[in-house]
Design a protein around this ligand. Structure first.
Ligand code: PMP
Length: 405
C-alpha cells in the first residue's frame, strides 16, 4: 500500500508553479484540492468535442453529452455503492445538496419535531436547518463536543428521542479533522426512527463511505474536495426518502408535464436537477473518482496518515504551539495557534514564503467559540504532499514566529 508521490506530483500541473518566488507548498487541501491533468483533460475534451445540452436533444452531440453525464452518475453511484443511479442527484456542491434536503424537510416538519446537529459542523450544515427550524417551529438541538475534539456520544444518546426527526453530522470535521463514528450515530438515530444526513465534504477525499453498508439516509459531498472541479457535487438519498421530499427549484428538466393549471414533476433524479446542470463538471467529477481510485483510497489514507503523524510530531516541538482537535481518529488536518499570535499574521507570513495554509474560523464559528479563540491556522495535507514540504512549513513557521514575537 505505498504510493509513488513523485509520479503523482507530475499529474498535477499547478504543483510545479512558484508563489512569491518560492516553490508552492499547498496545504489548503481541506478547502479545495488540486486538479490532476486527467480531470483538466476531461473538461477540455468535453468542451472541445462534445459540448451540447443534455436529455432533450436528438442530435449526436446531445446524445453523447447525455451518455457521458449519465455515465458519470453511474461512476458516482458505484463509488458510494448506492443501490440505484437515480439516488445520486448531481448538485452544485455540498451546500446545494444540504439546502435541497433542508428545504424539503420544511414541508415535512411541524412544531414539536426535533432536529439534532453536531457542535462541530460547517456553517452549511447549520444555517439551512436553522432557517427550516424557524419556518416550521421544529426545535434545533446541539450534540456537544469534548475538548479533544470528539462528539459527546453519551449526550447524543440522551438528546435522541422519539421526537427526533433528523440528525445531521459531518463524517469528518473540516476544522479539526475528527472522523466521527457515523455507524453508531446512524444506528442510534434509526433506533428512534430518525433519519441521518452525513456531510461527507471532508471525508470523501480520504474515506469511501458505503451508503448501503452504513445504511446512510443522505450523504453529500463536493467534487472540488476530491480532485474534481468546483461547482459540482452530489446528494445521495435513499429513493423512498427523496421521493417524499418536494422539489427544491422549479424549472426545465424537473417536470413531467406543465400547464398553467398544474405541473407534475419528473422522476428522480431529474426532480432535483432543474435547469441545465454543470455537464462538464459532472463528467469531470467521474474522471476525478477514476483518478483517485486508480491510486486507491486505502493507499491514499495510509500515506496521508504518515504525513499527519510526521507533521504533528514536528509541530509539537515548536514552543507554545497548541493543536486543536486530537481525536484518536483523524484525517490529515492540523488546526493550531502559537501563543497569542493572531492566526492571520502567521498565515500571511507563511504565504510570503510560498506556503498556502488556511487561517480563520473555517466556516465553523461554533467550534472557535467552544475553544474561545478567534480562529486557527489550518494545514491540511493530501496524497500529493511530501514530508519535505512539511519541513519547509515548519522552518517557515519558526521564521514567522521569530518575526512576530
Ligand atoms: N461541509 C464541510 C465539512 C466542508 O468542509 C465544506 C467546505 N469547506 C462544506 C460543507 C461546503 O462545501 P461547498 O462549499 O463545496 O458547498
Amino acid at each position: 500500500m505505498t504510493i509513488d508521490v513523485a509520479a503523482i506530483r507530475n499529474d498535477f500541473p499547478i504543483l510545479h508553479r512558484e508563489v512569491n518566488g518560492k516553490p508552492l507548498v499547498y496545504f489548503d487541501n481541506a478547502a479545495t484540492s488540486q486538479t490532476p491533468k486527467a480531470v483538466i483533460d476531461a473538461l477540455v475534451d468535453y468542451y472541445s468535442n462534445t459540448n451540447a445540452n443534455i436529455h432533450r436533444g436528438v442530435h449526436a452531440l446531445s446524445q453523447e453529452a447525455t451518455d457521458a453525464f449519465e455515465q458519470a452518475r453511474q461512476k458516482i453511484q458505484k463509488h458510494f455503492n448506492a443501490a440505484k443511479p437515480h439516488e445520486i442527484i448531481l448538485t452544485s456542491g455540498t451546500t446545494h445538496s444540504i439546502n435541497i434536503v433542508a428545504s424539503g424537510y420544511g414541508a415535512l416538519l411541524s412544531p414539536g419535531d426535533e432536529l439534532l446537529v453536531s457542535a462541530m459542523e460547517h456553517h452549511s450544515n447549520i444555517v439551512p436547518w436553522q432557517m427550516m427550524a424557524e419556518k416550521t417551529g421544529a426545535k434545533l438541538q446541539v450534540i456537544p463536543m469534548l475538548p479533544s475534539g470528539v462528539l459527546d456520544m453519551e449526550a447524543y444518546q440522551e438528546l435522541l428521542s422519539a421526537n427526533t426527526r433528523l440528525v445531521f453530522v459531518n463524517h469528518v470535521s473540516n476544522a479539526l479533522g475528527t472522523v466521527n463514528p457515523i455507524a453508531d450515530i446512524i444506528d442510534l438515530a434509526h433506533a428512534q426512527g430518525a433519519h441521518v444526513l452525513i456531510d461527507g465534504a471532508q471525508a470523501a477525499p480520504h474515506i469511501v463511505a458505503d451508503v448501503q453498508a452504513l445504511d446512510i439516509d443522505y450523504y453529500v459531498t463536493s467534487a472540488h474536495k476530491l480532485c474534481g472541479p468546483t461547482g459540482i457535487g452530489m446528494l445521495y438519498g435513499k429513493e423512498a426518502l427523496l421521493n417524499q421530499l418536494p422539489p427544491y427549484q422549479g424549472g426545465g428538466e424537473m417536470i413531467a408535464e406543465v400547464t398553467f393549471e398544474k405541473t407534475t414533476y419528473a422522476d428522480l433524479p431529474h426532480k432535483f436537477e432543474a435547469g441545465t446542470p454543470n455537464i462538464a463538471g459532472g463528467i469531470a467529477f467521474g474522471a476525478a473518482l477514476d483518478y483517485m481510485n486508480s491510486i486507491g483510497f486505502e493507499a491514499i489514507a495510509a500515506y496521508e496518515h504518515e504525513l499527519l503523524s510526521y507533521a504533528t510530531t514536528a509541530l509539537k516541538k515548536i514552543p507554545n504551539l497548541k493543536i486543536y482537535g486530537e481525536a484518536p481518529e483523524k484525517t490529515a488536518v492540523i488546526s493550531f495557534n502559537v501563543g497569542d499570535i493572531h492566526p492571520y499574521d502567521l498565515g500571511s507570513i507563511l504565504d510570503k514564503l510560498g506556503i498556502a495554509v488556511r487561517t480563520g474560523h473555517h466556516c465553523a464559528q461554533p467550534i472557535m467559540d467552544y475553544y474561545q479563540i478567534p480562529g486557527t491556522v489550518r494545514a491540511s495535507f493530501s496524497f500529493y504532499n511530501t514530508t519535505a514540504e512539511i519541513d519547509a512549513m515548519v522552518a517557515a513557521l519558526e521564521r514567522a514566529i521569530q518575526m512576530l514575537t
